[in-house]
Design a protein around this ligand. Structure first.
Ligand code: BG6
Length: 482
């Protein structure tokens, strides 16, 4: 739908505006004050020539300065994750009081500044000890250990935090395979066990929802999928069906389960044909069915195109662009299901991500049509090679252009009737990206460091900071349409 300018409703008065981060990407202090390593910490150390999570953006030591800056920007929300191995260094057993205190200070500091904490329980940082003890997500033991961690989180922070998110982008962790170290014995082995890993993650998700109800009854909890609209390559029915397939097997399968509490016939069939279906034990079905969510949080950066892929075609794993030189992305092929292709109508970032603000509105409409739940946006952003110019500024007009177009689309989705209640772009300060160290920057605030030298880690407000500040403080009345 298009609307005449005078018929575009504003953002609701209580709309939550903020930004987003995750522990391993922003905190640093990877082995300090009792914290032990996570699997993803180790993963960042293995990327030669890239900044690791050892220092990251040093938020652990500079969080007061960071939340002062958030207050200056006028934020009413901040989405961040708690690090499991900071709270329970070995994944199970002894609790690290210094870690517990850190998040109390962070949460109290946010609340004191009028900023609502939105807390992710798990953002890729599985305690390394659990990986070494029983291969982490491959063992059902992780469900009990995750439950103990969640119990601690809800008991300590449940009265202060109104919104919790379960496992960040579980769907992408499975779809991308070797992205973050899940495929520790190679992609082929991972593909055979992926549905078992995914099932265990689903049981962890459901366990977290149930514990939240019990221990933090005033808080709301929801999942946070990576959401990528899938457009058909053409009106040819084969391409349209391929897009439907792609949508199902990269995201709806997960959302259906989290919302409806059971695997659909389609999912069972797909899991059977692509790997080994999960082992269902007594009680699993009941647990999954007993954990309906309150809202859905969406991470959206781009859209994809799907085309027909015949059964006799060669299968090909996705290949992410990890150095920011355009043209590196490898489009995956899934014979009999779909293949991903380029979109001739969209420009791409240096990392070959389609630039598609309207895709965000599409995502919001699509998810709300299917699930009829309130929505928040927990990630959306523009990764770029930012430059600190001699005037001491970062002129990131490209990021302003992108975020402005995205927020316009959020406003239009609200006009369409979608109940969106919070927007948190990725990221507040620069932080280390999942595969590209500090070279791929997303922040509204520049962090003065290079890949191999933390320099002074000074915080420098980018042009996008000032622009976003005007949007936030005017509740979207300034900076969007003029
Ligand atoms: C999301 C993740 O998938 O995308 C974040 O939740 C990540 O952790 C973000 O940083 C951007 O991806 P990347 O690969 O550019 O860091």
């Amino acid at each position: 739908m298009e609307y005449p300018a005078d018929q575009i409703v504003g953002f609701p008065e209580n709309f939550l505006w903020g930004a987003s981060s995750s522990a391993f990407q922003v905190e640093g202090a990877a082995e300090e004050d009792g914290k032990k390593l996570s699997t993803v910490d180790l993963n960042t150390r293995r990327k030669e020539g890239r900044a690791s999570s050892d220092v990251a953006a040093d938020h652990y030591h500079r969080f007061e300065e960071d939340i002062d800056l958030m207050a200056e920007a006028g934020f009413s929300s901040y989405r961040f994750s708690i690090s499991w191995p900071r709270l329970i260094p070995d994944g199970a057993g002894a609790v690290n009081q210094k870690g517990v205190e850190f998040y109390h200070k962070l949460i109290d500091g946010l609340i004191a500044r009028g900023i609502t904490p939105i807390v992710t329980l798990f953002h890729y940082d599985l305690p390394l000890a659990l990986q070494e003890r029983y291969r982490g997500w491959r063992s059902r033991q992780v469900i009990d250990d995750f439950a103990a961690y969640c119990r601690l989180v809800f008991t300590e922070y449940g009265a202060k935090v109104p919104y919790f998110l379960t496992l960040n982008e579980q769907n992408m962790q499975i779809v991308y395979g070797d992205w973050l170290g899940l495929a520790d014995q190679g992609v082929a082995e991972f593909r055979q066990s992926q549905w078992q890993i995914n099932h265990i993650m689903n049981l962890c998700h459901a366990t977290a929802v149930r514990l939240c109800r019990e221990l933090a009854p005033n808080a709301k909890i929801g999942p946070v999928p990576g959401y990528v609209p899938l457009y058909p390559a053409s009106p040819r029915p084969e391409d349209v069906l391929a897009a439907l397939n792609a949508d199902e097997v990269t995201q709806k399968m997960w959302l259906d389960l989290w919302v409806h509490g059971e695997y659909s016939n389609f999912q069972m069939r797909y899991m059977h044909d692509h790997g080994t279906p999960p082992e269902m034990l007594l009680g699993d079905t009941e647990l999954l069915a007993s954990a309906p969510v309150d809202f859905i949080a969406i991470n959206n950066y781009r859209s994809n195109v799907a085309a027909y892929c015949g059964l006799d075609d060669q299968s090909r794993e996705i290949g992410l662009n990890k150095d920011g030189v355009p043209g590196q992305f490898v489009y995956p092929k899934h014979p009999g299901v779909f293949q991903q292709t380029a979109n001739p109508y969209l420009k791409m970032t240096d990392w070959d991500w389609e630039i598609d603000p309207m895709g965000l509105r599409f995502s919001l409409r699509d998810v709300h049509n299917h699930y009829q739940l309130p929505l928040m946006i927990t990630e959306n952003g523009f990764g770029a090679h930012d430059t600190l110019t001699p005037d001491g500024r970062v002129h990131d007009q490209y990021r302003i252009d992108y975020l402005k177009a995205c927020i316009q689309q959020v406003q239009l989705a609200i006009n369409d009737g979608v109940p969106v209640f919070s927007y948190n772009p990725w990221s507040f300060t620069d932080l280390i990206s999942t595969g590209n160290g500090i070279s791929k920057r997303y922040g509204l605030v520049y962090v003065n460091r290079t890949e191999d030298d933390p320099l002074d880690l000074a915080r420098i407000r980018k042009d996008s900071f000032y622009w976003y500040q005007s949007v936030v403080t005017s509740n979207g009345r300034l900076g969007l349409w003029g």
